[in-house]
Design a protein around this ligand. Structure first.
Ligand SMILES: CCC[C@H](NCc1c(COP(=O)(O)O)cnc(C)c1O)C(=O)O
Length: 310
């Protein structure tokens, strides 16, 4: 397989595009596509875990349900059903014969047609899957509060996972890296803690999990939902969804990110303040271990979240 432009990527042989499986080299779009110029696209990030000869894809349906919700907010009609795209994903994973963990990226975007800003051009859909390991350092990361704020919910549809939105997170994550940090934490338009540049955030205080509510300026994360469910049902922890003030980040007992790519990533330092004792917290460790068992389909109660491919 060809080596990707960034050392850690090995490009797959095949991509699913507008109803067909095409070779990686053929999966191209025209420079005139609307989505390239105006950010008119929606996407998802889904993980597959290779375990014992099976690829186990986590919450596949839930991700595609969110893709369709995001598309509807942009007036975009995806010309396939959810079942079509689930089957396309399974076919794509099979034909690529992956033998390692993977990351799956469905994307739907306005394609060729009028160049006008309000043009409702036909929607192109592609699904890319590639081998993918850890996104952030599993032993813990150092974060900083970004100088970039989340926009207010009445200015951009935060609830939708829009391609164009990610220019904000691109800037925030570059800024964090330039200042020597692993990831950025963004505040919302009123100065409360929102989320990372690609993750939801949790803090632990006195054995209670706290995370911003979905009606705040955050993406309603599927991993966030998984962790809240597991914390309550399996660990008997209290979970409070409320606004978090910036200074609570500095004084909490534990902190971690959740996200498909990030999975559950411990945060060990924020703006030069060590979180807890600077190591993975006791509750964070329990959640990491439990999450791993669940995504590998080893806890029967959550098997419905797994799509297994032999
Ligand atoms: C570059 C975007 C990567 C993408 N980020 C997902 C993501 C999340 C977590 O959502 P979920 O748990 O549903 O994944 C939260 N918030 C933002 C801004 C995100 O981009 C991911 O695949 O994790």
């Amino acid at each position: 397989m060809a080596k990707g432009s960034e050392a850690q990527y090995t490009w797959p042989k095949y991509v699913w595009m507008n109803g067909s499986i095409v070779r990686w080299e053929e999966a191209k779009v025209h420079v005139f596509v609307h989505g390239l110029h105006y950010g008119t696209g929606v996407f998802e990030g889904i993980r597959g875990y290779y375990d014992g000869g099976y690829m186990r894809i986590f919450r596949l349906d839930d991700h595609f349900k969110r893709l369709f919700r995001s598309a509807k907010i942009l007036h975009m009609d995806i010309p396939y059903t959810l079942e079509d795209l689930v089957k396309a994903t399974i076919d794509l994973v099979k034909i690529n014969q992956f033998k390692n963990d993977i990351y799956i990226r469905p994307i739907a975007f306005r394609g060729l047609g009028s160049f006008g800003l309000r043009a409702k051009n036909p929607v192109d859909v592609a699904i890319i899957a590639l081998e993918f390991g850890k996104y952030l350092k599993p032993d813990g990361i150092k974060c900083t509060i970004s100088s970039w704020r989340k926009p207010s919910p009445d200015s951009v549809p935060i609830y939708a996972k829009l391609t164009g939105m990610y220019v904000l997170y691109h800037l925030a994550s570059i800024e964090a890296a330039l200042h020597g940090y692993d990831e950025a934490i963004l505040l919302d338009s009123e100065g409360y803690v929102a989320e990372g540049s690609g993750e939801n955030i949790f803090i632990v205080k006195n054995e209670t999990l706290i995370t911003p509510p979905v009606y705040d300026d955050i993406l309603e994360g599927i991993t966030r939902n998984t962790v809240i469910t597991l914390a309550k049902e399996e660990l008997g922890l209290q979970v409070v969804e409320r606004r978090i003030r910036r200074e609570e980040l500095y004084t909490c007992d534990e902190a971690f990110f959740t996200g498909t790519a990030a999975e559950v990533t411990p945060i060990i330092e924020i703006d030069g303040r060590v979180i807890g004792d600077g190591r993975i917290g006791r509750i964070t460790r329990k959640i990491i271990d439990l999450y791993r068992q669940v995504v590998l389909g080893r806890i029967k109660k959550y098997e419905n979240w797994i799509t297994s491919i032999a």
